[in-house]
Design a protein around this ligand. Sequence first.
Ligand code: ADP
Length: 495
Amino acid sequence: MTNAPITADAEAALLASVPNQLFIGGEWVDSTSGRSIAVTDPATGRTIATIADASPEDGVRAMDAAAAAQADWAATAPRVRGEILRRAFDLLQERADDFALLMTLEMGKPFAEARGEVTYGGEFLRWFSEEAVRISGRYGINPEGSGRMIVTHLPVGPSYLITPWNFPLAMATRKIAPALAAGCTAIVKPAELTPLTTLLFAKLLDDAGLPAGVLNVVTTSTASTVSEPILSDPRLRKLSFTGSTAVGVSLLKQAADGVLRTSMELGGNAPFIVFDDADLDKAVDGAMLAKFRNIGQACTAANRFIVHESVADEFARRVTEKVRALSVGRGTESGVTIGPLINEAAVAKANDLVSDAVSRGATVAIGGHAIDGEGTFYEPTVLTGVTAGSDILRNEIFGPVLSIIPFTDEADAVAKANDTEFGLVGYVFTENLARGQRLIESLQTGMMGLNVGVVSNAGAPFGGMKQSGIGREGGSEGIHEYLETKYVLTPNPFS
Ligand code: ADP
Protein backbone atom coordinates (compact mmCIF):
# COMPACT_ATOMS: atom_id res chain seq x y z
CA MET A 1 0.00 0.00 0.00
CA THR A 2 2.90 2.32 0.75
CA ASN A 3 3.09 3.81 -2.73
CA ALA A 4 -0.49 3.23 -3.88
CA PRO A 5 -3.18 5.84 -3.24
CA ILE A 6 -5.21 5.16 -0.11
CA THR A 7 -8.83 4.60 -1.05
CA ALA A 8 -11.99 5.15 0.99
CA ASP A 9 -12.66 1.42 0.67
CA ALA A 10 -9.26 0.58 2.14
CA GLU A 11 -9.93 2.95 5.05
CA ALA A 12 -13.36 1.40 5.68
CA ALA A 13 -12.02 -2.16 5.52
CA LEU A 14 -9.26 -1.37 7.99
CA LEU A 15 -11.60 0.41 10.42
CA ALA A 16 -14.01 -2.53 10.27
CA SER A 17 -11.17 -4.84 11.37
CA VAL A 18 -10.36 -2.87 14.54
CA PRO A 19 -11.90 -4.29 17.74
CA ASN A 20 -14.37 -1.92 19.41
CA GLN A 21 -14.63 -3.58 22.82
CA LEU A 22 -12.47 -3.76 25.92
CA PHE A 23 -9.80 -6.46 26.10
CA ILE A 24 -9.91 -8.09 29.53
CA GLY A 25 -8.62 -11.52 30.54
CA GLY A 26 -8.01 -12.47 26.92
CA GLU A 27 -11.62 -11.73 25.88
CA TRP A 28 -13.16 -8.85 23.96
CA VAL A 29 -15.95 -7.64 26.23
CA ASP A 30 -18.55 -4.87 26.34
CA SER A 31 -18.29 -2.06 28.82
CA THR A 32 -20.55 -2.37 31.84
CA SER A 33 -21.40 1.31 31.37
CA GLY A 34 -23.10 0.64 28.02
CA ARG A 35 -21.64 3.98 26.88
CA SER A 36 -19.41 4.48 23.88
CA ILE A 37 -16.69 6.82 22.63
CA ALA A 38 -16.80 8.33 19.14
CA VAL A 39 -13.33 8.49 17.61
CA THR A 40 -12.87 11.24 15.03
CA ASP A 41 -10.48 11.92 12.17
CA PRO A 42 -8.93 15.31 12.95
CA ALA A 43 -8.45 16.00 9.24
CA THR A 44 -12.20 15.86 8.59
CA GLY A 45 -13.88 16.06 11.98
CA ARG A 46 -15.88 12.96 11.05
CA THR A 47 -16.47 9.97 13.32
CA ILE A 48 -14.45 6.98 12.12
CA ALA A 49 -15.25 4.48 14.89
CA THR A 50 -17.37 3.99 17.97
CA ILE A 51 -15.81 1.99 20.79
CA ALA A 52 -16.56 0.87 24.34
CA ASP A 53 -16.32 3.48 27.09
CA ALA A 54 -15.10 1.67 30.21
CA SER A 55 -16.60 2.23 33.65
CA PRO A 56 -14.70 2.06 36.96
CA GLU A 57 -16.05 -1.52 37.35
CA ASP A 58 -14.37 -2.41 34.06
CA GLY A 59 -11.15 -1.00 35.48
CA VAL A 60 -11.50 -3.34 38.44
CA ARG A 61 -12.20 -6.27 36.09
CA ALA A 62 -8.99 -5.47 34.22
CA MET A 63 -7.12 -5.29 37.54
CA ASP A 64 -8.55 -8.70 38.51
CA ALA A 65 -7.38 -10.19 35.20
CA ALA A 66 -3.88 -8.69 35.45
CA ALA A 67 -3.51 -9.87 39.05
CA ALA A 68 -4.75 -13.38 38.20
CA ALA A 69 -2.24 -13.74 35.35
CA GLN A 70 0.76 -12.31 37.24
CA ALA A 71 2.19 -15.42 38.92
CA ASP A 72 2.13 -17.58 35.79
CA TRP A 73 3.58 -14.83 33.61
CA ALA A 74 6.41 -14.16 36.07
CA ALA A 75 7.12 -17.90 36.07
CA THR A 76 7.10 -18.10 32.26
CA ALA A 77 10.62 -18.63 30.94
CA PRO A 78 12.26 -15.37 29.85
CA ARG A 79 12.98 -16.98 26.48
CA VAL A 80 9.27 -17.70 26.00
CA ARG A 81 8.33 -14.13 26.98
CA GLY A 82 10.93 -12.83 24.57
CA GLU A 83 9.73 -15.03 21.73
CA ILE A 84 6.16 -13.80 22.08
CA LEU A 85 7.45 -10.22 21.79
CA ARG A 86 9.57 -11.20 18.81
CA ARG A 87 6.52 -12.80 17.13
CA ALA A 88 4.64 -9.56 17.79
CA PHE A 89 7.50 -7.66 16.11
CA ASP A 90 7.28 -9.94 13.06
CA LEU A 91 3.48 -9.63 12.84
CA LEU A 92 3.80 -5.85 13.10
CA GLN A 93 6.13 -5.83 10.09
CA GLU A 94 3.51 -7.79 8.12
CA ARG A 95 0.74 -5.44 9.17
CA ALA A 96 2.81 -2.24 9.08
CA ASP A 97 0.67 -0.46 6.51
CA ASP A 98 -2.52 -1.17 8.47
CA PHE A 99 -1.06 0.26 11.66
CA ALA A 100 0.31 3.27 9.82
CA LEU A 101 -2.99 4.04 8.12
CA LEU A 102 -4.88 3.63 11.38
CA MET A 103 -2.62 6.18 13.06
CA THR A 104 -3.06 8.58 10.16
CA LEU A 105 -6.83 8.23 10.45
CA GLU A 106 -7.20 8.67 14.20
CA MET A 107 -4.29 11.02 14.90
CA GLY A 108 -3.68 12.84 11.61
CA LYS A 109 0.05 12.38 10.99
CA PRO A 110 1.07 11.94 7.35
CA PHE A 111 1.13 8.30 6.25
CA ALA A 112 4.90 8.29 5.64
CA GLU A 113 5.49 9.52 9.19
CA ALA A 114 3.05 6.96 10.55
CA ARG A 115 5.02 4.30 8.72
CA GLY A 116 8.12 5.65 10.48
CA GLU A 117 6.34 5.31 13.81
CA VAL A 118 5.58 1.66 13.05
CA THR A 119 9.32 1.13 12.56
CA TYR A 120 10.20 3.04 15.73
CA GLY A 121 7.41 1.51 17.81
CA GLY A 122 8.20 -1.96 16.53
CA GLU A 123 11.81 -1.66 17.59
CA PHE A 124 10.72 -1.70 21.26
CA LEU A 125 9.24 -5.15 20.68
CA ARG A 126 12.46 -6.40 19.11
CA TRP A 127 14.71 -4.69 21.67
CA PHE A 128 12.84 -5.98 24.70
CA SER A 129 12.43 -9.46 23.18
CA GLU A 130 16.24 -9.47 23.37
CA GLU A 131 16.41 -7.88 26.84
CA ALA A 132 14.01 -10.44 28.34
CA VAL A 133 16.82 -13.03 28.43
CA ARG A 134 19.48 -10.61 29.72
CA ILE A 135 18.06 -9.84 33.15
CA SER A 136 21.14 -10.57 35.21
CA GLY A 137 22.16 -10.23 38.84
CA ARG A 138 25.41 -10.55 40.78
CA TYR A 139 27.10 -12.66 43.43
CA GLY A 140 29.80 -11.34 45.69
CA ILE A 141 31.63 -11.46 49.01
CA ASN A 142 30.58 -8.89 51.58
CA PRO A 143 33.27 -6.41 52.71
CA GLU A 144 33.75 -8.22 56.03
CA GLY A 145 34.21 -11.56 54.27
CA SER A 146 31.61 -13.10 56.58
CA GLY A 147 28.89 -13.61 54.01
CA ARG A 148 27.94 -14.02 50.41
CA MET A 149 25.69 -11.47 48.72
CA ILE A 150 23.27 -12.36 45.93
CA VAL A 151 21.49 -9.63 43.97
CA THR A 152 18.69 -10.65 41.65
CA HIS A 153 15.88 -8.90 39.78
CA LEU A 154 12.23 -9.90 39.92
CA PRO A 155 9.15 -8.53 38.15
CA VAL A 156 7.55 -5.61 39.99
CA GLY A 157 4.05 -6.98 39.39
CA PRO A 158 0.85 -5.74 37.75
CA SER A 159 1.49 -2.43 36.02
CA TYR A 160 -0.85 0.34 34.88
CA LEU A 161 0.28 1.99 31.65
CA ILE A 162 -1.32 5.30 30.61
CA THR A 163 -0.44 6.57 27.13
CA PRO A 164 -0.97 9.82 25.24
CA TRP A 165 -2.50 10.43 21.79
CA ASN A 166 0.49 11.80 19.86
CA PHE A 167 2.35 8.53 19.16
CA PRO A 168 -0.43 5.95 19.45
CA LEU A 169 1.75 2.92 18.72
CA ALA A 170 5.20 3.83 19.99
CA MET A 171 4.05 5.13 23.37
CA ALA A 172 2.20 1.84 23.89
CA THR A 173 5.03 -0.49 22.80
CA ARG A 174 7.60 1.52 24.77
CA LYS A 175 5.72 0.57 27.96
CA ILE A 176 4.12 -2.77 27.08
CA ALA A 177 7.28 -4.43 25.72
CA PRO A 178 9.52 -3.85 28.77
CA ALA A 179 6.69 -4.67 31.20
CA LEU A 180 6.01 -7.99 29.49
CA ALA A 181 9.70 -8.77 29.00
CA ALA A 182 10.29 -8.25 32.73
CA GLY A 183 7.46 -10.62 33.64
CA CYS A 184 4.85 -8.03 34.61
CA THR A 185 1.22 -8.19 33.56
CA ALA A 186 -0.38 -4.92 32.56
CA ILE A 187 -3.46 -2.81 32.04
CA VAL A 188 -3.05 -0.22 29.32
CA LYS A 189 -5.26 2.83 29.06
CA PRO A 190 -4.77 4.62 25.74
CA ALA A 191 -5.77 8.22 25.21
CA GLU A 192 -9.44 8.72 24.46
CA LEU A 193 -8.57 10.63 21.26
CA THR A 194 -6.54 7.80 19.66
CA PRO A 195 -7.54 4.44 21.20
CA LEU A 196 -7.83 2.41 17.99
CA THR A 197 -4.14 1.66 17.49
CA THR A 198 -3.86 0.14 20.98
CA LEU A 199 -6.95 -2.00 20.36
CA LEU A 200 -5.50 -3.31 17.10
CA PHE A 201 -2.17 -3.88 18.83
CA ALA A 202 -3.83 -5.91 21.61
CA LYS A 203 -5.32 -8.11 18.88
CA LEU A 204 -1.84 -8.52 17.41
CA LEU A 205 -0.40 -9.56 20.78
CA ASP A 206 -3.24 -12.06 21.14
CA ASP A 207 -2.37 -13.43 17.68
CA ALA A 208 1.29 -13.62 18.77
CA GLY A 209 0.26 -16.02 21.54
CA LEU A 210 0.23 -13.77 24.60
CA PRO A 211 -1.57 -15.67 27.42
CA ALA A 212 -4.95 -14.36 28.58
CA GLY A 213 -4.86 -11.58 31.17
CA VAL A 214 -1.20 -10.63 30.63
CA LEU A 215 -2.25 -7.50 28.76
CA ASN A 216 -5.62 -5.82 29.28
CA VAL A 217 -6.94 -2.72 27.52
CA VAL A 218 -9.47 -0.26 28.91
CA THR A 219 -10.61 2.61 26.71
CA THR A 220 -12.48 5.35 28.47
CA SER A 221 -13.64 8.94 28.22
CA THR A 222 -13.40 9.29 32.01
CA ALA A 223 -9.73 8.60 32.66
CA SER A 224 -9.66 9.78 36.26
CA THR A 225 -12.71 7.85 37.51
CA VAL A 226 -11.64 4.63 35.78
CA SER A 227 -8.04 5.02 36.97
CA GLU A 228 -8.93 5.75 40.58
CA PRO A 229 -9.89 2.17 41.64
CA ILE A 230 -6.94 0.75 39.71
CA LEU A 231 -4.45 3.12 41.35
CA SER A 232 -5.85 2.49 44.82
CA ASP A 233 -5.87 -1.30 44.39
CA PRO A 234 -3.18 -2.89 46.59
CA ARG A 235 -2.49 -5.48 43.88
CA LEU A 236 -1.18 -2.76 41.55
CA ARG A 237 2.60 -2.30 41.91
CA LYS A 238 3.60 0.06 39.14
CA LEU A 239 2.36 3.12 37.25
CA SER A 240 3.92 4.26 33.99
CA PHE A 241 2.53 7.45 32.49
CA THR A 242 3.29 9.58 29.46
CA GLY A 243 1.44 12.86 29.19
CA SER A 244 1.26 16.36 30.58
CA THR A 245 3.13 17.44 33.69
CA ALA A 246 -0.12 18.58 35.35
CA VAL A 247 -1.72 15.13 35.05
CA GLY A 248 1.60 13.47 35.96
CA VAL A 249 1.78 15.44 39.21
CA SER A 250 -1.78 14.45 40.11
CA LEU A 251 -1.04 10.79 39.36
CA LEU A 252 2.15 10.90 41.45
CA LYS A 253 0.05 12.08 44.40
CA GLN A 254 -2.36 9.19 43.93
CA ALA A 255 0.52 6.74 43.48
CA ALA A 256 2.00 7.92 46.77
CA ASP A 257 -0.82 6.29 48.76
CA GLY A 258 0.14 2.85 47.49
CA VAL A 259 3.88 3.68 47.35
CA LEU A 260 3.81 2.59 43.72
CA ARG A 261 6.87 2.41 41.54
CA THR A 262 6.39 5.17 38.96
CA SER A 263 7.81 6.12 35.58
CA MET A 264 6.80 9.54 34.33
CA GLU A 265 7.42 10.92 30.86
CA LEU A 266 6.06 14.44 31.13
CA GLY A 267 6.17 17.75 29.28
CA GLY A 268 9.11 19.28 27.49
CA ASN A 269 10.23 22.72 26.40
CA ALA A 270 13.20 21.73 24.26
CA PRO A 271 15.84 24.30 23.41
CA PHE A 272 17.44 24.07 19.96
CA ILE A 273 20.71 26.01 20.08
CA VAL A 274 22.49 27.07 16.92
CA PHE A 275 25.99 28.48 17.51
CA ASP A 276 27.77 30.74 15.06
CA ASP A 277 30.22 27.90 14.37
CA ALA A 278 27.40 25.50 13.38
CA ASP A 279 27.03 23.95 9.94
CA LEU A 280 23.86 25.86 9.03
CA ASP A 281 22.71 23.29 6.48
CA LYS A 282 22.80 20.60 9.16
CA ALA A 283 21.10 22.95 11.63
CA VAL A 284 18.28 23.80 9.23
CA ASP A 285 17.67 20.15 8.34
CA GLY A 286 17.74 19.26 12.04
CA ALA A 287 15.35 22.09 12.82
CA MET A 288 12.78 20.88 10.30
CA LEU A 289 12.80 17.44 11.91
CA ALA A 290 12.91 18.65 15.49
CA LYS A 291 10.06 21.08 14.90
CA PHE A 292 7.71 19.75 12.24
CA ARG A 293 7.83 15.97 12.76
CA ASN A 294 4.43 14.84 14.04
CA ILE A 295 3.03 18.31 13.20
CA GLY A 296 5.05 19.65 16.12
CA GLN A 297 3.06 17.48 18.52
CA ALA A 298 5.86 15.73 20.38
CA CYS A 299 7.26 16.25 23.87
CA THR A 300 10.67 16.17 22.15
CA ALA A 301 9.68 18.88 19.65
CA ALA A 302 12.05 21.85 19.64
CA ASN A 303 10.13 24.63 21.37
CA ARG A 304 12.68 27.46 21.47
CA PHE A 305 15.21 28.09 18.70
CA ILE A 306 18.04 29.89 20.47
CA VAL A 307 20.23 31.15 17.64
CA HIS A 308 23.44 33.18 17.75
CA GLU A 309 22.68 36.78 16.79
CA SER A 310 25.20 36.71 13.93
CA VAL A 311 23.42 33.81 12.16
CA ALA A 312 19.83 34.33 13.33
CA ASP A 313 18.67 36.16 10.17
CA GLU A 314 20.24 33.64 7.83
CA PHE A 315 18.87 30.70 9.85
CA ALA A 316 15.40 32.28 9.78
CA ARG A 317 15.61 32.89 6.03
CA ARG A 318 16.59 29.28 5.34
CA VAL A 319 14.00 27.63 7.59
CA THR A 320 11.31 29.93 6.17
CA GLU A 321 12.15 28.68 2.66
CA LYS A 322 11.87 25.09 3.85
CA VAL A 323 8.59 25.82 5.60
CA ARG A 324 7.21 27.36 2.39
CA ALA A 325 7.77 23.98 0.73
CA LEU A 326 5.74 22.02 3.33
CA SER A 327 2.42 20.65 2.14
CA VAL A 328 -0.54 20.77 4.53
CA GLY A 329 -3.41 18.30 4.18
CA ARG A 330 -4.99 15.03 5.18
CA GLY A 331 -2.22 12.57 5.92
CA THR A 332 -3.64 9.97 3.55
CA GLU A 333 -2.91 12.19 0.53
CA SER A 334 0.41 11.66 -1.16
CA GLY A 335 2.94 14.44 -0.76
CA VAL A 336 1.37 15.82 2.43
CA THR A 337 4.00 16.64 5.06
CA ILE A 338 1.88 18.45 7.68
CA GLY A 339 -1.41 16.99 8.91
CA PRO A 340 -4.01 18.53 11.19
CA LEU A 341 -3.58 19.35 14.86
CA ILE A 342 -5.37 16.92 17.14
CA ASN A 343 -8.39 19.12 17.93
CA GLU A 344 -9.84 22.64 18.17
CA ALA A 345 -8.21 23.25 21.53
CA ALA A 346 -4.78 22.63 20.00
CA VAL A 347 -5.49 25.17 17.24
CA ALA A 348 -6.72 27.73 19.76
CA LYS A 349 -3.56 27.22 21.83
CA ALA A 350 -1.28 27.77 18.81
CA ASN A 351 -3.26 30.88 17.90
CA ASP A 352 -3.01 32.28 21.43
CA LEU A 353 0.74 31.65 21.70
CA VAL A 354 1.44 33.27 18.32
CA SER A 355 -0.77 36.30 19.11
CA ASP A 356 0.93 36.79 22.46
CA ALA A 357 4.43 36.55 20.91
CA VAL A 358 3.51 39.04 18.19
CA SER A 359 1.98 41.44 20.73
CA ARG A 360 5.36 41.34 22.56
CA GLY A 361 7.39 42.19 19.48
CA ALA A 362 7.90 39.00 17.45
CA THR A 363 7.63 39.07 13.65
CA VAL A 364 5.75 36.44 11.63
CA ALA A 365 8.09 35.31 8.82
CA ILE A 366 5.52 32.87 7.44
CA GLY A 367 2.18 31.39 8.54
CA GLY A 368 0.60 32.53 11.78
CA HIS A 369 -3.03 31.50 11.26
CA ALA A 370 -5.46 28.67 11.67
CA ILE A 371 -6.69 27.29 8.36
CA ASP A 372 -10.44 27.65 7.78
CA GLY A 373 -12.57 24.76 6.60
CA GLU A 374 -12.82 21.07 7.43
CA GLY A 375 -10.45 19.66 10.06
CA THR A 376 -8.21 21.33 12.63
CA PHE A 377 -5.29 22.66 10.62
CA TYR A 378 -2.76 25.34 11.52
CA GLU A 379 -0.30 26.95 9.11
CA PRO A 380 3.36 25.99 9.56
CA THR A 381 4.75 29.15 11.10
CA VAL A 382 8.09 30.86 11.73
CA LEU A 383 8.39 33.65 14.30
CA THR A 384 11.55 35.73 14.57
CA GLY A 385 12.74 38.06 17.31
CA VAL A 386 10.63 36.42 20.04
CA THR A 387 11.16 38.43 23.22
CA ALA A 388 11.70 37.37 26.83
CA GLY A 389 8.42 37.04 28.72
CA SER A 390 6.48 35.65 25.75
CA ASP A 391 4.17 32.76 26.68
CA ILE A 392 5.57 30.68 23.82
CA LEU A 393 8.91 30.39 25.66
CA ARG A 394 7.22 28.92 28.75
CA ASN A 395 4.56 26.65 27.22
CA GLU A 396 4.88 23.53 25.18
CA ILE A 397 3.58 24.71 21.79
CA PHE A 398 2.55 21.26 20.49
CA GLY A 399 2.05 22.68 17.01
CA PRO A 400 3.95 23.67 13.87
CA VAL A 401 5.29 26.97 15.17
CA LEU A 402 9.05 27.64 15.10
CA SER A 403 10.08 30.56 17.29
CA ILE A 404 13.53 32.12 17.17
CA ILE A 405 15.27 34.06 19.92
CA PRO A 406 18.78 35.45 19.41
CA PHE A 407 21.63 35.02 21.94
CA THR A 408 25.01 36.67 22.38
CA ASP A 409 27.50 34.13 23.80
CA GLU A 410 27.66 30.56 25.11
CA ALA A 411 26.82 31.53 28.69
CA ASP A 412 23.77 33.46 27.43
CA ALA A 413 22.66 30.48 25.30
CA VAL A 414 22.97 28.05 28.22
CA ALA A 415 21.16 30.42 30.59
CA LYS A 416 18.30 30.84 28.12
CA ALA A 417 18.12 27.10 27.39
CA ASN A 418 17.96 26.18 31.09
CA ASP A 419 15.43 28.90 31.95
CA THR A 420 12.53 26.45 32.20
CA GLU A 421 11.17 23.98 34.74
CA PHE A 422 11.35 21.28 32.02
CA GLY A 423 14.39 19.22 31.06
CA LEU A 424 13.52 16.52 28.56
CA VAL A 425 15.76 17.07 25.54
CA GLY A 426 17.98 19.74 24.02
CA TYR A 427 19.46 20.09 20.54
CA VAL A 428 22.86 21.67 20.01
CA PHE A 429 24.42 22.57 16.68
CA THR A 430 28.12 23.41 16.75
CA GLU A 431 31.21 22.21 14.91
CA ASN A 432 33.34 22.99 17.96
CA LEU A 433 33.97 19.69 19.76
CA ALA A 434 34.92 21.20 23.12
CA ARG A 435 31.82 23.41 23.08
CA GLY A 436 29.65 20.39 22.28
CA GLN A 437 31.19 18.54 25.21
CA ARG A 438 30.63 21.52 27.54
CA LEU A 439 26.97 21.60 26.54
CA ILE A 440 26.56 17.89 27.40
CA GLU A 441 27.32 18.87 30.99
CA SER A 442 25.71 22.31 31.18
CA LEU A 443 22.38 21.63 29.49
CA GLN A 444 19.84 20.49 32.09
CA THR A 445 18.11 17.84 29.98
CA GLY A 446 17.89 14.06 30.11
CA MET A 447 18.71 13.79 26.40
CA MET A 448 20.66 15.83 23.90
CA GLY A 449 20.97 15.81 20.12
CA LEU A 450 24.45 17.00 19.12
CA ASN A 451 24.14 18.06 15.47
CA VAL A 452 21.00 15.92 15.04
CA GLY A 453 17.31 16.84 15.22
CA VAL A 454 15.84 13.50 16.42
CA VAL A 455 17.22 11.42 19.30
CA SER A 456 14.57 8.72 19.87
CA ASN A 457 15.85 5.17 19.60
CA ALA A 458 14.69 1.93 21.22
CA GLY A 459 18.27 1.21 22.33
CA ALA A 460 18.58 4.51 24.23
CA PRO A 461 17.29 5.60 27.65
CA PHE A 462 14.53 8.10 26.88
CA GLY A 463 13.53 10.43 29.70
CA GLY A 464 13.85 13.79 31.33
CA MET A 465 15.30 15.78 34.19
CA LYS A 466 13.48 18.38 36.33
CA GLN A 467 9.70 18.43 35.78
CA SER A 468 10.02 16.41 32.56
CA GLY A 469 9.86 13.19 34.45
CA ILE A 470 11.16 10.27 36.43
CA GLY A 471 12.73 7.12 35.00
CA ARG A 472 13.82 6.08 31.53
CA GLU A 473 12.16 4.09 28.74
CA GLY A 474 14.15 2.01 26.27
CA GLY A 475 17.80 0.99 26.41
CA SER A 476 19.14 -1.38 29.03
CA GLU A 477 17.59 0.97 31.61
CA GLY A 478 14.02 0.47 30.32
CA ILE A 479 13.44 -3.01 31.65
CA HIS A 480 14.62 -2.03 35.14
CA GLU A 481 11.59 0.24 35.49
CA TYR A 482 9.63 -3.03 35.75
CA LEU A 483 12.05 -4.98 37.96
CA GLU A 484 12.55 -5.04 41.69
CA THR A 485 16.06 -5.50 43.04
CA LYS A 486 16.29 -8.29 45.60
CA TYR A 487 19.36 -8.74 47.76
CA VAL A 488 20.08 -11.95 49.67
CA LEU A 489 22.80 -12.57 52.27
CA THR A 490 24.05 -16.05 53.10
CA PRO A 491 26.87 -16.98 55.51
CA ASN A 492 30.45 -17.57 54.36
CA PRO A 493 30.25 -21.23 53.25
CA PHE A 494 33.84 -21.81 54.52
CA SER A 495 33.29 -20.76 58.12
P1 ADP B 1 -2.39 15.53 26.66
O1 ADP B 1 -2.41 16.95 27.13
O2 ADP B 1 -1.25 15.18 25.79
O3 ADP B 1 -3.72 15.02 26.17
P2 ADP B 1 -2.82 14.32 29.20
O4 ADP B 1 -1.83 14.36 30.28
O5 ADP B 1 -4.09 15.09 29.37
O6 ADP B 1 -2.02 14.71 27.91
O7 ADP B 1 -3.24 12.83 28.87
C1 ADP B 1 -2.33 11.79 28.74
C2 ADP B 1 -3.02 10.50 29.16
O8 ADP B 1 -3.41 10.61 30.51
C3 ADP B 1 -4.30 10.18 28.38
O9 ADP B 1 -4.40 8.77 28.25
C4 ADP B 1 -5.38 10.68 29.32
O10 ADP B 1 -6.63 10.02 29.13
C5 ADP B 1 -4.80 10.32 30.66
N1 ADP B 1 -5.31 11.09 31.80
C6 ADP B 1 -5.65 12.39 31.83
N2 ADP B 1 -6.07 12.74 33.06
C7 ADP B 1 -6.00 11.61 33.83
C8 ADP B 1 -6.28 11.30 35.21
N3 ADP B 1 -6.74 12.22 36.06
N4 ADP B 1 -6.07 10.04 35.62
C9 ADP B 1 -5.60 9.10 34.79
N5 ADP B 1 -5.31 9.32 33.50
C10 ADP B 1 -5.50 10.56 33.02
